[in-house]
Design a protein around this ligand. Structure first.
Ligand code: AMP
Ligand code: ZN
Length: 112
């Protein structure tokens, strides 16, 4: 499948890893929008938040269980924001579910 994040998960494309286990991968965003900007993806291909269902929601729950540890490993100490874009109006650019973890500085109060 021609999916950028599947290729990062399987090592075809390198990434700057923060955390990895058998179910998820966290790596630094190539174009950071905050001092610390990490992406967390399930290793299983899920297209977007619109595709979360009873069968795969355990992967999403697992990501959220791990987010505090991932944020800490990335050096975030004072809070963070988690964002996911889903579909055209959100400007989702990679069609593999991912959660942005933003932190390392005081973020703007509003995202638009
Ligand atoms: P989104 O716009 O929500 O789909 O987010 C996709 C994110 O992936 C953007 O923030 C990009 O900067 C990031 N990105 C694209 N290619 C790479 C890559 N090769 N390694 C790390 N992050 C990437
Ligand atoms: Zn994928």
């Amino acid at each position: 499948m021609d999916c950028l994040f599947c290729k990062i998960v399987n090592g075809q494309i390198p990434s700057n890893k923060v955390y990895e286990d058998e179910r998820i991968l966290a790596f630094y965003d190539i174009n950071p929008e905050a001092k610390i900007h990490v992406l967390v993806v399930p290793k299983a291909h899920i297209e977007s938040a619109s595709e979360i269902n009873q069968t795969n929601s355990n992967e999403v729950a697992y990501i959220f269980e791990k987010i505090p540890q991932i944020a800490s490993l990335a050096g975030i100490t004072n809070g963070f924001r988690v964002i996911t874009n889903s579909g055209l109006d959100s400007c989702q650019s990679v069609m593999h579910l991912h959660f942005h973890i933003l932190g390392g500085e005081k973020l703007p109060e509003h995202i638009r």
